[in-house]
Design a protein around this ligand. Structure first.
Ligand code: ADP
Length: 448
């Protein structure tokens, strides 16, 4: 029942087609709540009115209370009235109450409080209006009341003798406050509305950008899948013709070596070398395209063994360069063997490759257990990397050295990045040119 009544008042007192995000809407909500609460409260107010009536035999207050109750019911429940008319009726009722209370209970009674609250209510119910209407109404009521005092039509308690002068002093203060509120409240609301508008605009643009971002991410994802498929198919299909080129070049050299002059042999060498390099690129591309979808199951991988395998594989190179690879007790992870092996081997290969002339490579591997991840560091004393290239080196085919300086395909670190991300981690580096680099990467513990 109460809910039903509340719904009726709300549908009568809240304007349709007003956005929830506007001040006007919330002013209507305040109005609806006021009307809904004031009706039963004015029913309660009849009790003190009855007491006053019995004591002083002034029936006006009692009748006026009943009138107020009926008016509130009318404002809240009468059909067909516009919200604006309802609001104006409530404001007029407040001014009238102020006047009746002033008249019946004197110039120091609750009438003064009602007079001021009527101004505040008016400004709250019409928050978008810069208006002096409530001030003017207050002024008119004060003047009328002054006349009533002058002609002894109301009985008032004068503290200092001259009733009219005293009322002028009292009412001018009320008028002053009414004027101040009339200036301040609309100013406050207009600023508030401005800020609200800006915030809504901002939220709207954030929402739009998020939507665009999500769309772009989706596009990038599908493009990535296409690219991966392309890389996989292309690298797979290219292997066969490449093998043919290499093997026929070898046959050509074996069979006709004596008929060829040095120039021809050099051409054959270039062709074979090109095919070899292309084979490496294709191999790396295949690794790259598989880096985020390993085929094997999760297993216990002892990282000490992974480093040991690398040392074994590169023992000739390590001996030639007089390199040392030091590592403290590395953990055993429950993870995919292929990506973690690729990460470690690639970082170690680079640390052995990008070395300073005549300086034996000193490589260290450290592991640190953190709350949610394992953090690893591969440190070298090589040529180092300029900070401006920190991002570039992780992009596929991006190299800082040409082939004459260092052999390579520019895919290694992009495989590292992909594999690390597949294992739920991040990769980054610290380096200074001429002193060496430290590559850090993390592996999430969740699947370990
Ligand atoms: P590649 O070694 O085949 O060129 P990578 O993707 O492994 O491809 O590396 C990209 C570039 O980053 C390299 O060309 C090299 O210039 C630089 N780089 C990688 N590792 C190191 C390192 N440890 N020290 C100095 N430079 C490095």
């Amino acid at each position: 029942m109460i809910n039903k009544l509340q719904r009726i008042v709300e549908s009568n007192c809240i304007s349709k087609n007003v956005k929830v995000t506007t001040l006007a809407y919330w002013s209507d909500v305040v109005f609806a709540k006021c009307v809904f609460i004031l009706a039963p409260l004015s029913l309660l107010a009849i009790i003190p009115a009855i007491i006053i009536t019995l004591q002083s035999e002034t029936y006006l207050i009692l009748w006026f209370d009943v009138f107020c109750l009926l008016m509130l019911v009318f404002v809240g429940y009468a059909p067909l009235l516009s919200v604006k008319t309802r609001k104006v009726l409530l404001i007029l009722l407040l001014f009238l109450t102020a006047f009746v209370l002033l008249k019946e209970l004197g110039n120091f009674g609750p009438g003064l409080a009602y007079l001021l609250s009527a101004t505040i209510f008016s400004l709250l119910l019409f928050p978008n209006k810069k208006t002096f209407a409530p001030f003017i109404l207050t002024f008119i009521l004060c003047v009328i009341y002054g006349f009533l005092i002058h002609y002894d039509l109301v009985e008032i308690q004068a503290v200092h003798g001259d009733n009219v002068m005293e009322w002028i002093a009292v009412s001018s203060n009320v008028l002053f406050m009414s004027a101040v509120f009339s200036l301040i409240i609309p100013f406050f609301f207009s600023k508030l509305e401005g800020i609200l508008g800006e915030k809504i605009h901002l939220l709207e643009s954030v929402r739009k950008s998020n939507l665009e971002l999500e769309q772009s991410i989706e596009e990038v994802k599908s493009k990535n899948i296409e690219l991966e498929q392309f890389a996989y198919v292309a690298s797979h299909d290219l292997q066969e013709p490449l093998r043919m080129i290499s093997s026929f070049m070898d046959k050509l050299k074996l069979k006709y070596a004596e008929q060829f002059d040095d120039k021809a042999l050099q051409y054959i060498y270039f062709a074979t070398d090109g095919a070899k390099r292309m084979k490496q690129v294709i191999f790396d591309l295949l690794l790259y395209s598989r880096a985020n979808k390993p085929s094997e199951q999760i297993e216990k991988v002892n990282l000490n063994e992974v480093v040991g395998e690398h040392i074994q594989l590169r023992r000739k190179l390590i001996a030639e360069k007089n390199a040392s690879i030091q590592f403290e007790a590395l953990p055993v992870l429950n993870t995919n063997r292929a990506p973690i092996t690729q990460i470690i081997h690639c970082l170690l290969d680079n640390a052995l490759k990008y070395v300073k002339k005549d300086v034996p490579p000193r490589i260290e591997i450290h592991a640190k257990e953190k709350e949610t991840v394992w953090e690893f560091a591969v440190k070298d004393n090589g040529i180092g990397i300029d900070q401006k290239f920190y991002d570039k080196i992780f992009i596929i085919f991006q190299r800082l050295h040409n082939r004459n300086q260092q052999d390579g395909t520019g895919i290694g670190l992009s495989i590292v990045k992909r594999s690390v991300e597949f294992l739920g981690g991040l990769v980054w580096l610290e380096s200074s040119v001429g002193e060496g680099s430290t590559f850090y990467f993390t592996i999430a513990k969740t699947n370990h």
